[in-house]
Design a binder for this molecule. Structure first.
Ligand code: TXA
Ligand code: MG
Length: 315
């Protein structure tokens, strides 16, 4: 298949109207979208990504009218979070309605909904005129793409169209919050932090291990975000023992910096989060064997960053 690469959201949206799949930038990572009401188009996402069929997709909406097309009622907690954080890097798990084909939600009676803030994503979603089901635009198991080139490397020739946008601003996937119970539960940490959510709903909590083993967020059990290289979380940069080809990413330079093939020192956690997945991909291109990732405090965005580093390290 020939993959059209375009800067035009409206040209890309025509592929959605024709039942094809399109990769598009958002503020978090690039997504791979299809018309959520077109079952065959949604199936193409799973085929292109080699995604397991039991891992549900997120519905991307342009405005709150589209929310009514896919959900059956908005719990009170969800309404508060929508008010506070939409559009933005937050996905809410809501009751779905019967119009949404079950292939999109892997048979669940809930659906993840997100309204992206990125201007190109918004132009694209407006032109699509339907909610767009989209996971991250990587091959299943690979780090999520933060550039259009990373999308092309994974999915070129497998999808109809890629929107050529900028590097994504945040670089980690959205915060996923389950709103079906009494209190909101964070199923996946992201750029909307526990602290920010707690300001709106103080009872918000992070999913425990027990919740994760239940089928609440099926995606959590699949291997994620992993480069080919071995990832080693590194609390003490001064004690990294390098192999023949090692790389390092963190906030403080290790004293033996010259021994690393590739090294990236970030100014703060925000930059670290933005760079992590791209760094993993660059290390793979250089056939790096071991990537040391300096650990950070698990507060604010640090919680999401450490979650992704641990997943890359331990699967
Ligand atoms: O930032 C993002 O969220 C990006 C951009 C493209 O929007 N998308 C993304 O999608 O990361 P994906 O499919 O790679 O991750 C979606 C996560 C998975 O862990 C999935 O299991 C969970 O959300 N999820 C989706 N629908 C769900 C549902 N109904 N119930 C529980 N978890 C759900
Ligand atoms: Mg993904």
């Amino acid at each position: 298949m020939k993959t059209k690469i375009t800067e035009s959201p409206s040209i890309a949206a025509r592929f959605i109207h024709r039942g094809e799949v399109v990769a598009f930038p958002t503020e978090t990572v690039y997504g791979l979208g299809a018309n959520i009401f077109n079952e065959e188009a949604v199936e193409k996402i799973f085929i292109a990504k080699e995604r397991p069929a039991d891992n549900p997709l997120i519905a991307h909406i342009f405005d709150l009218f589209q929310l009514e097309q896919i959900t059956s009622g908005i719990p009170e907690n969800a309404a508060k979070l929508i008010e506070a954080f939409f559009p933005g890097p937050l996905t809410l798990i809501l009751p779905k309605n019967e119009r949404v084909p079950s292939v999109a939600t892997a048979g669940l009676n809930t659906i993840g909904v997100r309204m992206p803030k990125d201007p190109i994503a918004r132009q694209f979603l407006r032109a699509c005129a339907v909610p767009v089901a989209a996971p991250s635009a990587n091959l299943s198991g690979r780090p999520s793409p933060t550039t259009w080139q990373a999308v092309r490397a994974d999915l070129g020739g497998r999808i109809s169209c890629i929107i050529k946008g900028d590097r994504t601003k945040i670089g980690l996937e959205s915060t996923v919050v389950d709103c079906s119970g009494e209190a909101p539960v964070i199923l996946r940490a992201g750029a909307v932090t526990l602290e920010e959510l707690s300001e709106v709903i103080p009872q918000t909590r992070i999913s425990s291990e027990a919740d994760l083993s239940a089928p609440k967020s099926p995606g959590m059990k699949h291997r994620h975000y992993a480069p080919k290289a071995k990832v080693i979380p590194s609390p003490f940069p001064q004690y990294t023992v390098t192999t023949n080809s090692s790389a390092y990413i963190g906030l403080i330079a290790p004293p033996n910096a010259a021994r690393f093939e590739r090294i990236l020192i970030c100014e703060d956690v925000v930059e670290y989060a933005r760079e992590l997945f791209n760094f993993f991909r660059e290390c793979d291109e250089m056939d790096v064997e071991t990537v040391f990732c300096q650990t950070v405090d698990e507060e604010g965005l640090g919680l999401a960053l450490m979650d992704r580093i641990r997943r890359a390290a331990y699967g």
